[in-house]
Design a protein around this ligand. Sequence first.
Ligand SMILES: Nc1ncnc2c1ncn2[C@@H]1O[C@H](COP(=O)(O)OP(=O)(O)OP(=O)(O)O)[C@@H](O)[C@H]1O
Length: 465
Amino acid sequence: MVDNQAFGTAVVVDDDADIALAAKLAIRSAFRQVITLSHPDALLPLLEKSPPDVILLDLNFARGATDGREGFLWLSRILEKDPDAAVVIITAHGGIGIAVEAIKAGATDFVTKPWDNERLFATTWSAAALRRSRRETRHERRRVVEVAKPSSETPMLGTSKAMDHVRSLIDRAAPTDANVLILGENGTGKELVARELHSRSRRAAGIMVSVDLGTVSESVFESELFGHVRGAFTDAKSDRIGRLQAANGGTIFLDEIGNLPLRLQPKLLTALERREVTPVGANKPVPLDIRVIAATNMPLDQLTDENRFRQDLLFRLNTVEIELPPLRARPEDVPLLLAHFLAHYARRYKAPPRHLSPALAEILSNHDWPGNVRALRHAAERAVILARGDAYVLDDFPLPRRSSALSPPPALAPVPVDTDLNLDRAEKQMVERALKKHNWNISLAAGELGLTRAALYRRMEKHAL
Ligand SMILES: Nc1ncnc2c1ncn2[C@@H]1O[C@H](COP(=O)(O)OP(=O)(O)OP(=O)(O)O)[C@@H](O)[C@H]1O
């Protein structure tokens, strides 16, 4: 059973007014309006204004013509104006050869005269539905790509030996199509490395699609990665392409791969091995041409635990492994990073340039930076906003401490809401406690707080943690 008037506009183009009217009557229940035209001339302005859902097009307009040449010309003009156009060709009985040619040239389907009304209705309906789905897929691809746009162009800074080694690995891996696994604590620059690899690869003209598996909720993992077809589950109102497919021709960056549920790991492995993906509910795979870069903050011993992560998938992902050292292991990089971010935020907030004394730079270099470069960046931003006078002072920098063996993490005791009823302060306290408890591991702290990683980052920024 189909809904009435499921579509907007259909156009019937036939120089025989009776045939055009007969077609209109046969299909009108599916459309809000059916326009009949005796010649395709009038089609082009219509396409400019609002492209119809379907066009029924007779191929012969010149008197006595039967080869459809004129119709082919119109078909190509229509497709030029609207690449998603659904065009159903109307041919005379015996004109199957021409109809097949028309389909090769981009028509969606054909009907032969005299037609069976039900058949005409079904063909027109399917063509309009196909156009809708094409447009939704295009829209989806745009949506996914929007998400993938780089937030800012940050150069990869650092002159330490450790960063030289990272750079040399990037130099060698980038031009190859090898899969790369990037390891490192939160905020060490894994995404930056992924962007560097992509922008220096032969896929640089393509897109890099990022998926943060730490922020995708488990219920939508599968359709987010692999896509789904309309009706695959209750909420699947239309076809949706997955991130893997959206990255076709480019690079997919699978951030926090350690969070991929075990049950979905075989499906990702199959997609990478066969270079094709089957959207949820679909029965046909779609070919994939992607390079995979994955990242995780999961320590290697957990990643090599078969109960958490399939080792065959790990071997598929880590053809090249790049490990980013935490900032505390490369203190010599701190002054350069600080100078860069202080200048960056001074420009942004139109603050005067201030002096950072060597003594203060040294204190900051010896800090253990639990949130790594991201935390340093936030600290620099806050310092630019808070500082007064000509030089920065230690108090301008919020320096959260890593919980150490000397000061064991406090148990996550209930917040004393009875003594402090300020919601903002209570939130800050909760966030700080969760971070300390989990040694500043963002994923674990977010899990404990019942937040996504992105939501936790927002709160960390809000409270300058
Ligand atoms: N070497 C670096 N030079 C300049 N900026 C850096 C460097 N490393 C990291 N950053 C900056 O630190 C912030 C965090 O980097 P990024 O998002 O790449 O880290 P990540 O390891 O992917 O973090 P997470 O694991 O939390 O997703 C970004 O603003 C990034 O620009």
